[in-house]
Design a protein around this ligand. Structure first.
Ligand code: RIB
Ligand code: CA
Length: 311
C-alpha cells in the first residue's frame, strides 16, 4: 500500500482529538510526527492533551514536539468555552507517561523534512504559528513539502468574528505567511467544516462502537455538542479538524474549488479573513488553494465511527 507521509500540527482540542483518532489508525497514512501549538488552550494544555491522546490510542511510536506558545504578533486568545478548561471537554484520559521530543516543533519539522526521501504533506489543524516559523526560518524545506492541508479560514463564513475563523484569527500574520508561501494549499475552511457535523445519534453510534476510542470520542463530543447546539443552528457539532484527514483518506468525499486566497492582516471588519477569489476572470496563475466547499456528511460520520472500531 502506498502510504502518504504527513506531519500533523495540532492545538488539541476536541476536534483535533477526533482528527488524531481517525489519522492514527489509518493504514494509508505515514505519520512522521505531531507538532503542537497553542490555540484552543495554552501550549501546556494542548501538549498535555496531545501526549495523552497519542498514548491512549497506542501510537507512542509517533514523536510529538512542542511548538509555539504564542502567536507571532497578535495577543493570545484561547477557546476555553468551546473546548472546556482542559481543552478536551468532559473527556478524561490517563496522564501520559511519554514526553515530547527534545527538539522544538520547528527544529523537528525541519529535520524530518530534510531527512525525508519523499515530500511530506503538512496537516495543521490549529493556528499556523509553527508552520509560518518553519517557512520563515528554513525556506529551503519548501522543496520537501507536498502540500498543506489546513483546517482554517472560510470563503464565506466566520466563527471567531463575522469574517474570520478561529485558527486564522488567533495568528493572522502566520496564516498570511503560509497562504503567501507559494505552497499548494487545501483549505478545509468553515464552508465545508460546518457541514461536517455529528448529531446526537451519530455520537451515540460512536459510543456504541464499544471501544476505548469510541468512549473517549463520545465523552469529548458531549461538551462540544452542547456548545454547538447552544450557539449555532447546527443539529450537531462541527468536527472541523477531522475534515483534513477525511480529505487525505477519501478526497472523493469532498467538493473543492480552486481559488486565490489571501489573508487580511490590515482590515478592521475584514481582519483575519481568508479573502477567496473565485472570479472566473481572476488571474488564475495566482491561484494557491483548493477551497473545500461541500462534504458527504454520512460518509464523513462513517469514517469517524469506523476509525473508532479499529482501536
Ligand atoms: O474554527 C475551528 C478551529 O478552531 C478548529 O481547529 C478548532 O480545533 C479550533 O482550533
Ligand atoms: Ca484545532
Amino acid at each position: 500500500m502506498i502510504k502518504t507521509p504527513i506531519i500533523m500540527d495540532v492545538d488539541t482540542g476536541i476536534d483535533d482529538a477526533i482528527a488524531l483518532t481517525v489519522a492514527l489508525q489509518a493504514q494509508s497514512l505515514d505519520i512522521k510526527g505531531i507538532t503542537v501549538v497553542a490555540g484552543n488552550q495554552t501550549i501546556e494544555k494542548t501538549l498535555k492533551n496531545t501526549l495523552e491522546v497519542v498514548e491512549y490510542l497506542g501510537r507512542t511510536d509517533i514523536p510529538v514536539a512542542k511548538g509555539a506558545a504564542k502567536p507571532l504578533v497578535a495577543p493570545q486568545i484561547i477557546a476555553e468555552e468551546t473546548h472546556g478548561e482542559s481543552g478536551l471537554g468532559n473527556a478524561k484520559l490517563p496522564a501520559a507517561s511519554i514526553q515530547p521530543v527534545e527538539e522544538d516543533a520547528v527544529a523537528f519539522m525541519r529535520r524530518v523534512l530534510e531527512e525525508s526521501s519523499e515530500k511530506i504533506t503538512l496537516v495543521p489543524t490549529g493556528p499556523l504559528t509553527n508552520i509560518a516559523l518553519l517557512l520563515m526560518a528554513y525556506p529551503h524545506v519548501k522543496e520537501k513539502i507536498e502540500k498543506i492541508v489546513v483546517m482554517g479560514g472560510g470563503a464565506f463564513e466566520g466563527n471567531a468574528s463575522a469574517t474570520s475563523e478561529f485558527n486564522i484569527l488567533v495568528d493572522p500574520h502566520a496564516a498570511s505567511v503560509v497562504f503567501a508561501s507559494g505552497l499548494p494549499i487545501v483549505m478545509c475552511g468553515l464552508d465545508v467544516t460546518m457541514k461536517a457535523y455529528t448529531t446526537k445519534e451519530d455520537i451515540q453510534a460512536v459510543r456504541d462502537t464499544g471501544t476505548k476510542a469510541g468512549e473517549f470520542c463520545a465523552d469529548a463530543f458531549r461538551h462540544y455538542y452542547d456548545m454547538y447546539t447552544k450557539y449555532t443552528r447546527l443539529p450537531g457539532c462541527a468536527v472541523h479538524d477531522a475534515v483534513t484527514i477525511a480529505y487525505l483518506l477519501h478526497p472523493e468525499m469532498i467538493t473543492v474549488k480552486p481559488a486565490t486566497v489571501r489573508v487580511d492582516i490590515d482590515g478592521v471588519h475584514s481582519y483575519a479573513c481568508t479573502a477567496s477569489d473565485f472570479r472566473p476572470w481572476r488571474d488564475k496563475s495566482k491561484d494557491n488553494a483548493l477551497v473545500c466547499m461541500d462534504i458527504d456528511r454520512q460518509a464523513f460520520v462513517k469514517l469517524i465511527i469506523d476509525a473508532c472500531k479499529n482501536y
